[in-house]
Ligand binder design. Structure first.
Ligand code: AHR
Length: 702
């Protein structure tokens, strides 16, 4: 907006020359520059602000890895989510072996039993047996998918099953997909059963659409039939891959332009107990030979229990690496370090028995990077990827803490650096950033415990994010780098994904960007949640069997990632500071853990701003969060000699109220909209709406 259209308000001019502040000194300098005070009152005039960007003195380079994603199988993120398998409990390995299955009897007689004699293989010990006395018009089983199977008219689906006959069975099997009324959408026959396990597969075309279809397998003769690994995938997965992922969900990730992907967790890496921990070697090779594991999020969160939440590991480490490659994201696998969840069983592997755990880590590096002739490289090549995945980073444990962690970490660190000094290690710092665990970790890092990148986690109220936007400004640079590996603003008791939460995250991220010489990576958490099947909120992306939408926080992540500049430009802000009522120490902590003093609070800036230079585009990029209830009119001055903008655009994330959220019905209530920015003369005028996040891109004269 141009100056002359500011309803008579004149942008504030500094009373004395602005001191442009270098990175790392912002908080103190800002306080010194602010001359006015401002309190939040309804109907107050729009405060005026002056933002000066020093285009002549670029600062440090922005970490190319700054914005990435963290995938964990929580909230049905993998099975029933990203992993496109439509059959739930395909291998009958859930604790209730016939979960999601039912018997279908069309006028015949028989029983369905779960067996384990002479199984398909030792990792897949259970299968289902149809004992058919009289087939009638068909006797068999039906799978109901993950709350129904979604089918689309005219689309192809890949069906497969392991099957064998016994008891003189010599009929065919019928494979029928029926919609919710029982109408067949496809009907095929499977022939050639023998007494040996065999894999049968084929392509099925659906004649109609349904959201709650079921897959029916019917025997047509008397005798016995054994079935295992009953599978149905859409042909249209991401990149049409076999054993692939939901194309619409991966597209949401691709649109974030993630620079890295951290996987597979999170707490599932640790497991509730050690046997439940995530073991990458169980997740590669033929899906029929991957060891299923119960998901530790089954019953972790009060009433959000999901007792049949399982990991088929069909989406395993090969698929993760391939997804990273497809997305152009650096893979960041996190491995168990001999510790189960410290909130749960707290089980520990004795230090002298850590050998196999360390070996798993070394083998993973070989699986990712070794030549196709090496033992683990050969396994990768056999899965269709002879070229290495170029792994550069590896996490030792998830959010582990305390001396028990560091004793184990030391052993991993020494062994991994000895064999693979080229691999950067991601080290835990516990579950919070203001508590004793975090302090212990940083005391160690600053006094000689070797670490490359430290993973910090914070799930806090929106106000905490505002008050901590400067938390890295004064941090010493002589220690390891920081990975803001899990964060999200938790708004109110319901932890709704509001615009308020998103703007607070955006404000905080001005600090990540400004300090991206230190904070080299960041990722929101958790990434995915399935409607009706979630254990944790808020989340970045919500989906059901057919739909998906991004929360306001999703748009913040995308705006940062897609507009990431190459170098930082110093910014000075002149405007009235804001004082908010103090946040209680309890609500400022993660999971109620005690907060170490001094807890940060005090006046907040009138706007949260970071700026950078996009060399290739020849543009200055400003990231501006206004979390307050009033709009802010700002004058933007580009302070470098002979530096003037020739054109500009504003990408604005705002809405009617800060309580607004997105939903399946209204997925774009809070979505970025782009407007042209009139640029005339050396200064630019813009009104930043209340509760908004804006990216300004200013094209500079050559
Ligand atoms: O993101 C949800 C959980 O939060 C992660 O599994 C864990 O690392 C953290 O406690």
């Amino acid at each position: 907006m141009h100056h002359s259209r500011l309803n008579g308000l004149v942008p504030c001019r500094p009373k004395r020359p602005l001191a442009l502040v270098p990175n790392g000194l912002r908080r103190a300098s800002l306080a010194g520059m602010i001359a006015l005070t401002f309190t939040l009152t309804a109907g107050a005039p729009v405060p005026a602000v002056r933002i000066t960007v020093d285009t002549a003195h670029p600062g440090h380079a922005v970490s190319p890895l700054l914005h990435g994603v963290f995938f964990e199988d929580i909230n049905y993120g993998a099975d029933g989510g990203l992993y496109a398998e439509l059959v739930q409990n395909r291998s009958f390995e859930h604790q209730e072996h016939l979960y999601a299955w039912g018997t279908v009897n069309r006028g015949g007689q028989g029983t369905v039993t779960v067996e384990s004699a002479e199984p398909l293989n030792a990792k897949n010990p259970h299968y289902v047996r149809l004992n058919i006395a009289n087939p009638g018009k068909g006797f068999g089983v039906a799978n109901y998918g993950f709350g129904g199977i979604a089918m689309k008219a005219g689309e192809n689906y890949l069906f497969s099953v392991r099957a064998r006959s016994a008891g003189g069975y010599n009929g065919v099997l019928r494979v029928v997909i029926e919609d919710e009324t029982g109408r067949p959408l496809s009907d095929c026959e499977l022939t050639g059963l023998s007494e040996k396990w065999q894999k049968f597969d084929g392509v099925i075309k659906s004649s109609g659409s349904a959201t709650h279809a079921r897959l029916v397998v019917l025997a047509t003769a008397q005798g016995r039939v054994d079935l295992d690994v009953v599978s149905l995938f859409p042909e249209n997965t991401w990149k049409h891959r076999r054993n692939g992922m939901r194309a619409d969900l991966v597209q949401m990730l691709a649109d974030l332009h993630p620079a890295f992907m951290r996987f597979p967790g999170g707490c599932i890496v640790e497991g509730m107990d050690l046997p439940n921990r995530y073991q990458w070697k169980d997740t590669i090779g033929d899906v029929a030979e991957r060891l299923e594991n119960w998901n530790r999020w089954q019953d972790a969160m009060g009433d959000a229990t999901a007792p049949q939440y399982y990991q088929t590991c069909g989406l395993g480490f090969f698929e993760f690496f391939q997804l990273c490659e497809d997305l152009g994201a650096e893979p960041v696998p996190i491995l168990n370090c001999g510790m189960a969840c410290q909130y749960e069983s707290k089980q520990l592997v004795p230090l002298d028995q850590l050998g196999p755990f360390v070996q798993d880590a070394l083998d993973l590096i070989e699986f990712a990077n070794g030549p196709a002739t090496s033992p683990w490289g050969e396994r990768r090549a056999a899965m269709g990827h002879p070229e290495p995945f170029r792994l550069k980073m590896l996490g030792v444990g998830n959010e582990q803490w305390g001396e028990q962690y560091f004793e184990r970490y030391k052993i991993f660190q020494a062994a991994l650096k000895d064999k693979h000094p080229e691999i950067q290690l991601v080290t835990g710092a516990g579950p919070g950033v203001d508590d004793g665990f975090w302090k212990l970790a940083w005391d160690k890092f600053m006094s000689g415990t070797p670490a490359d990148i430290v993973d910090e986690h914070y799930y806090r109220p929106p106000q905490w994010f505002l008050e901590n936007a400067t938390r890295y400004d004064a941090q010493e640079r002589r220690g390891p780098k920081v990975f803001a590996g899990e964060f999200a603003a938790h708004d109110g008791p319901q932890h709704r994904s509001t615009l308020r939460a998103a703007v607070a995250e955006a404000a905080f991220m001005t600090g990540l960007l400004r300090n991206s010489d230190l904070v080299v990576m960041s990722s929101y958490a958790p990434l995915f949640a399935k409607a009706g099947a979630s254990q944790w909120a808020p989340d970045l992306i919500w989906f059901d069997n057919t739909r998906v939408y991004g929360t306001p926080s999703y748009h913040v992540q995308a705006l940062y990632s897609r507009n990431r500049p190459d170098v930082i430009l110093p910014v000075a802000i002149d405007g009235p500071p804001v004082t908010l009522p103090a946040l209680s120490a309890a609500s400022a902590s993660t999971y109620g853990a005690p907060v170490r003093p001094p807890y940060r609070s005090g006046p907040l800036p009138t706007l949260f701003v970071a700026a950078g230079w996009d060399r290739q585009a020849g543009e200055v990029v400003l990231f501006v969060a206004n979390p307050y209830a009033e709009a802010r009119d700002a004058t933007i001055a580009l302070g470098g000699a002979n530096h003037a903008a020739t054109a500009g655009k504003a990408i604005v994330l705002a809405s009617t109220t800060p309580d607004d959220v997105n939903s399946f019905e209204a997925p774009a209530t809070v979505a970025p909209r782009e407007e042209t920015l009139p640029v005339e003369g050396p200064e630019i005028f813009h009104r930043f709406p209340s509760s908004s996040f804006t990216v300004l891109r200013l094209k500079m004269a050559e």
